[in-house]
Design a protein around this ligand. Structure first.
Ligand code: AMP
Ligand code: GLY
Length: 421
């Protein structure tokens, strides 16, 4: 079959890598793709936020299956446009993608289905929001309702921080995303991510992961999109995973179906685990980046069969075959990230790194310029390895990093520390 993947980050390179290994895949196209994806697929220049344009491209190229990587096309209804045009598509409708696009929507769903989460209130008015945090005190969490590219959440440890966040959001710092603000109880505990596929009715767990959001070793410094991840997440024990499925994920899927907006695709539940129990922090309607890299490394070619079963509504008959192994990925970013950083530096040494089912360099922000792999983004590479133990996967990933010649880049040296300590 002919398959189109929308997106051009490390997540989409990992998806392309897994899909390409499956004999069902004849032609693979990614839009826009990147230099790593270009080595295994055709890359197309396409406005992936324009549903009509994506549909026309899919029809023209006899695409049989579209996998939507990022949340932005889902939030604007690209999956709806494709399905309306008769193209089999992996990813939720715009209505179901509100689970990521609106924090208040997710909180409403949790209330409606009884899913455990932080207590909350929504505000469209700055004075009322300020009065609320002053009455509650810190720590407290202030969130812009809409999509804000990871900048919409302030975990305020003091009252002045919460007040400043409210002033900022109502002051328009995040545009329309901050027109409504959700204020939540602060939850203590350890975070982990739980990934399931669902066709709107059945739910299939496909793995757990933990990521490292801070830029610096020891989990300090500014927040980023994720500097590394590993799978499985030891804190998400079978017992806690079962509780999260029964109390959070299945009720959410049932509530969306009940409302006439069933969810189809991958659902990524961010959980806070404390005293043996999980509560929902947030949902994402896509794979995490870089969590997808470790999930794909562990799933391999079967990932395509699972996504097809999901899109075709036959998840009840799908099974995941697990190797009893671990995967870990280390993100290499341009120095300065997540702040201002240089673009256009050359990356050497990648040719000396053999690629296999247990080690892969997934590209995030790269392009090929005059035959040279060149950095174009903040997060640039996602160096990923598998091992019988997490320690082995970690040693292999850092062994690969040490052979990459990119003086303008940096990475954390401690990915996985929490699970290994
Ligand atoms: P979100 O975008 O909702 O995942 O929030 C980003 C990060 O903020 C999460 O990964 C958590 O680390 C933190 N966070 C969000 N909500 C809460 C909460 N209610 N209590 C504690 N931490 C939170
Ligand atoms: N790594 C976190 C995310 O993809 O949202």
């Amino acid at each position: 079959m002919n398959i189109l993947i929308l997106g051009g980050g490390g997540r989409e390179h990992a998806l392309a890598w897994a899909v390409k290994q499956n004999p069902k895949c004849d032609r693979l196209i990614a839009a826009p793709g990147n230099a790593g994806i270009a080595a295994i697929a055709e890359c197309a220049d396409l406005d992936i936020l324009d549903g009509a344009a994506v549909l026309a491209f899919a029809v023209e190229n006899a695409v049989d299956f579209v996998i939507v990587g990022p949340e932005a096309p889902l939030a604007v209804g690209v999956a709806d446009a494709l399905r309306a045009g008769g193209i089999l598509t992996f990813g939720p409708s715009a209505a179901a993608a509100r689970l990521e696009a609106s924090k208040a929507f997710t909180k409403d769903i949790c209330d409606a289905c009884g899913a455990p989460t932080a207590s909350w209130a929504r505000f469209a008015d700055r004075a009322a929001a300020l009065a609320h945090v002053r009455a509650r005190g810190a720590p407290i969490v202030v969130k812009a309702d809409g999509l804000a590219a990871g900048k919409g959440v302030v975990v305020a440890m003091t009252l002045p921080e919460a007040e400043a966040a409210i002033a900022d959001m109502f002051g328009g710092s995040l545009g329309a995303a901050g027109a409504e603000v959700v204020i939540e109880e602060f939850m203590a505990g350890e975070e982990a991510s739980f990934f399931v596929l669902t066709d709107g009715h059945d739910v299939l767990p496909i793995g757990t992961a933990q990521d490292h959001k801070r830029a610096g070793d020891g989990d300090v410094g500014p927040n980023t999109g994720g500097m590394g991840a590993y799978s499985p997440a030891p804190v998400l024990t079978d017992e806690i995973a079962a509780q999260a499925l029964d109390q959070i994920i299945r009720p959410t899927i049932a509530e969306l179906a009940r409302r006439g907006t069933p969810y189809q695709g991958v659902l990524y539940a961010g959980l806070m685990i404390d005293q043996g129990r999980a509560r929902l922090v947030e949902y994402n309607v896509r794979f995490g980046d870089p969590e997808c890299q470790v999930l794909m490394m562990r799933l391999g070619a079967q990932a395509l069969d699972l996504m097809l079963a999901c899109a075709e509504g036959r998840l009840a008959e799908a099974r995941v075959t697990w190797a009893d192994d671990h995967a870990l990925t280390v993100v290499m970013a341009a120095k300065g990230y997540p702040g201002a950083h240089e673009k256009g530096s050359a990356i050497g040494g990648l040719d000396n790194l053999p690629e296999s089912s247990s080690q892969m360099v997934f590209h995030a922000g790269t392009t090929l310029k005059d035959g040279q792999i060149t950095a174009t983004g903040g997060r640039v590479l996602s160096v990923t390895a598998r091992g019988a133990t997490l320690a082995e996967a970690q040693a292999r990933a850092y062994g690969m990093i040490d052979r990459i010649d990119w003086p303008q880049g940096f990475c954390r040296r401690d990915i996985g520390w929490r699970a290994l300590k």
